[in-house]
Design a protein around this ligand. Structure first.
Ligand code: SF4
Ligand code: SF4
Length: 422
């Protein structure tokens, strides 16, 4: 309901009086906290769903988020903007949405149809409007394929890219004027999809457009203005429930269809794809970034100090950057089409430092050098080279070595007599 429409609000208030009894409310989204990138160790990473929920149904809950299903209105902004797929729309699920669009487009194209324009609309908004266009005036052109969904705003760039791989020439998202103030998240998804289409050199009419309109005449005018273009051969795929896998398949197939095939595409800052780089001069291989990464994009090595990075898994949440005590990490928004993005690459590595007493590997040279630099001559316990040598030993040898010195820190000397009031 349009909050500015006072008459509609008054009518709704009267209707509420008669609404007595029980009702069932759908649960619109599912949430998998194991892949949520909201927060780690008190640092905030992704806040997309919280920032974009128009009903404030999503709140922060430590490292994760909480969805209040009683308040959730089912708009799906959270699902569209979630970089990991942790929060996912359930009416329908991603795989069903894409599968249904593939059936519609392949049926139309298989029957000899050309220049398919997918007109995505909400069942509660576009149905009557499209019916009016079909019955009056010039009618609805045969290449306009209405595609009804519960909410237009739940559609992310993964599904938008998939519509083109299935043969859509253009995609129009029809939204009611009453939702005009809640379109930021959808616009980001549209811009991201169009950035891919633009970078790949597709015809300028092969794009996603947003049409915020309630007037059938204006909608009809906009639809009739879409020129027919030469469309590439389709490249369908089977979508899964996994958002990032589905997106990579859709974007990869789009690239395979493109006039200009890309290996790397720079994306706007804040996009959910990209790389990180580590300044190896300042990185001490403390591995705080590996522990902070919620997407398993960063990994370590069992036997040596090492950070490796898998680009495809990185959602650019920035938690590694904010967690790094040395400010050694920087982020770059980009999409890497090369297969190398799927495998880990080593960003920094060192031979492990061996204990000077027993020879056991116990840490990284950079980290120990950094600690020595901080403590040497400044801390009363680390004034001499002999005292600093303790830092080059493993935990066990350090304790043994300290107990062997003349000044055993465990020796307290004579305990002073306890003073009492007597
Ligand atoms: S990762 Fe998804 S569910 Fe987690 S905070 Fe971001 S948008 Fe919300
Ligand atoms: S590598 Fe950094 S930016 Fe990428 S997902 Fe992991 S913590 Fe986030």
């Amino acid at each position: 309901m349009d909050p500015a429409n006072t008459v509609a609000i008054a009518e709704a208030m009267f209707d509420i009086i008669d609404l007595v009894g029980e009702f069932e409310k759908p649960i619109f989204v599912s949430y998998d906290k194991s892949i949520c990138a909201h927060s780690r160790s008190g640092q905030t990473g992704c806040n997309n769903c919280i920032d974009n929920c128009p009903t404030s149904a999503i709140t922060s809950d430590g490292d994760h988020i909480l969805v209040n299903n009683e308040i959730c209105d089912g708009c799906g902004h959270c699902s569209a903007s979630c970089p990991t797929g942790a929060i996912a729309y359930a009416m329908p699920q991603r795989s069903d949405l894409i599968g249904r669009s593939q059936v519609l487009l392949s049926t139309y194209l298989g029957a000899g149809g050309k220049n398919a324009v997918l007109l995505v609309h909400e069942s509660s908004h576009g149905g009557d409007l499209i019916s009016a266009i079909a019955r009056f005036g010039d009618g609805l052109a045969e290449n306009i394929l209405p595609f009804s969904v519960h909410s237009t705003t739940h559609i992310g760039h993964d599904a938008l890219a998939a519509f083109f791989t299935s043969g859509a020439q253009s995609v129009i998202l029809l939204v009611s004027q009453k939702n005009r103030n809640e379109l930021d998240a959808l616009n980001i998804q549209i811009d991201l999809t169009n950035t891919f289409l633009d970078g790949m050199g597709f015809d300028e009419n092969m794009r996603v457009s947003l049409l915020v309109e309630d007037d059938p005449d204006i909608v009809a005018e906009n639809l009739s203005a879409i020129p027919a273009i030469k469309t590439p051969a389709i490249k369908n795929f089977t979508a899964s429930k996994n958002k990032r896998e589905t997106a990579r398949l859709a974007i990869g197939n789009l690239n395979a269809m493109a006039p200009q095939k890309l290996e790397l595409l720079a994306l706007p800052t804040g996009s959910p794809y990209g790389a990180i780089s580590i300044n190896t001069d300042t990185c001490t291989l403390c591995l705080a970034c590996v522990s902070a990464c919620p997407a398993s994009a960063l990994g370590d090595h069992e036997e040596r100090p090492q950070v490796s990075f898998t680009e495809h898994a990185c959602v650019q949440c920035g938690l590694c950057k904010t967690t790094c005590p040395e400010n050694a990490i920087s982020l770059t928004s980009q999409f890497n089409f090369d297969k190398s993005a799927l495998s880990p690459v080593v960003l920094n590595s060192e031979e492990p430092l061996e204990c000077t007493r027993c020879g056991k590997p116990f840490g990284s040279k950079s980290a120990i050098d950094k600690v020595i630099g901080i403590l040497a001559g400044k801390n009363p316990m680390f004034q001499t080279s002999k005292q600093l040598d303790l830092l080059k030993m493993c935990d066990d040898c350090r304790v043994i070595s300290m107990s062997e010195t003349e000044k055993d820190p465990m020796t307290f000397g004579t305990v002073p007599q306890t003073l009492t009031a007597e």
